[in-house]
Ligand binder design. Structure first.
Ligand code: PLP
Length: 369
């Protein structure tokens, strides 16, 4: 019998379980014979506000130039980020979503014979990126669904070169305060790169925000990542970035694709960064929506994990079954059993007030069914 050509790839690659994205609206419409417009998708932590008019105008203007390659260094966006956050251009790495930036970390700092530490219930890309590089995963049990930073620091061994940390974490919405993160950084040896993934940073209440970029100056082994996919509403265009020590940024930039962020995305992100009002509204509406979902969950007698993001993870019992019942009612949420280890929970993105109301109604009916 002939060999399966996939066996040419290393066994650690072949054993990767593919990332499960939220179900697309078009797929559910096809499967259930539903009208796409009637479907509510609260499965991928997207921004229900869409984008602002200034960002839309920048996208339209950028369309004229798509026959040309984008600026491979993303100079304008980097300059805007550097100005906004008071950092050097040389310490910024742009990515095709922050996911790309996380992959660049794995590519540059992980490999066979190396290990990465991360928490139980952490963002799915950390185990994936670690395994794809043939590195060993050190999974640390969560504490109250969140990262147990002391245990993570203790779990670091001689082979560990990366510590993945999502703050807030997805899918639990848990948050480690600035002083806890700094205490962790003090305990972690300098030879370990700490990735502080702040994809949901813009949703934090002001008293929990802190200047983590400044921390990079004190801790050259720290990489902070952020994204335009959430509060800025650009998930479909894929733009994320990292702040790191210039020499760390340099290695990450060496392993990326030369044109990893497209020209429309660059123009949109530069405009979106400037639209502070849009982000402020996204923040405020998210907080209201979060309260609406919390109240609704409490009204149904359900527990939830208090969240600092644009989503909430609710304990519904037989989550796989409730997920299917919700689909039949045209509501898509995210099951977090499987890879995330939360088989009784469903993760629900904060939608518009109307979408949240529709979800809560469908959930009440699905629980009774
Ligand atoms: C914690 C966390 N990090 C990173 C990402 C990646 O987002 P993007 O690649 O769209 O920037 C996500 C997306 O859901 C996330 O939840």
């Amino acid at each position: 019998m002939r060999m399966d050509p996939c066996e040419l790839s290393p066994s650690y690659v072949r054993s990767i379980a593919p990332y499960q994205p939220g179900k697309p609206i078009s797929e559910l419409a096809r499967e259930m014979g539903l009208d796409e417009r009637s479907i509510v998708k609260l499965a991928s932590n997207e921004n229900p506000r869409g984008i602002g008019p200034r960002t839309r105008a920048a996208i339209e203007a950028a369309l004229g130039d798509v026959a040309r390659y984008p600026d491979g260094n993303g100079f304008e966006l980097k300059q805007a980020l550097a100005k906004r956050y008071g950092v050097d251009i040389g310490s910024i790495v742009l990515g095709n979503g922050s996911n790309d930036v996380l992959e660049l970390v794995a590519l540059a700092f992980l490999g066979p014979g190396r290990a990465a530490v991360f928490s139980q219930h952490c963002f799915a890309v950390y185990p994936l990126a670690t395994q794809a590089r043939g590195a060993r995963a050190i999974v640390v049990p969560a504490r109250n669904y969140g990262h147990d930073l002391e245990a993570m620091a203790r779990a670091i061994d001689d082979e560990t070169t990366v510590a993945w940390l999502a703050n807030p974490n997805n899918p639990t919405g848990t948050f480690a305060r600035h002083d806890e993160v700094e205490a962790f950084l003090k305990r972690v040896p300098e030879r370990v790169l700490v990735v502080l993934d702040e994809a949901y940073n813009e949703y934090l209440v002001p008293e929990l925000r802190s200047d983590t970029f400044k921390l990079v100056k004190r801790h050259p082994n720290l990489v902070v990542t952020r994204t335009f996919s959430k509060a800025y509403g650009l998930a479909g265009l894929r733009v994320g970035y990292a702040f790191a020590h210039p020499s760390v940024a340099d290695v990450m930039n060496r392993v990326r694709q030369p044109f990893n962020v497209n020209s429309i995305a660059l123009a949109a992100a530069t405009a979106a960064l400037d639209d502070m009002e849009f982000v402020a509204r996204s923040y405020a509406e998210n907080l209201q929506g979060l309260r609406q979902l919390e109240e609704g969950a409490r009204g149904l007698g359900l527990k939830y994990i208090p969240s600092h993001g644009n989503f909430i993870t609710v304990q519904v019992g037989k989550a796989a079954e409730i997920y299917k019942r919700l689909l039949r009612r045209g509501v898509i949420v995210r099951p977090v059993g499987g890879g995330y280890g939360l088989p009784e929970h469903l993760r629900v993105t904060v939608g518009t007030a109307e979408e949240n109301r529709k979800f809560l109604g469908a959930l009440a009916a699905s629980l009774k069914e």
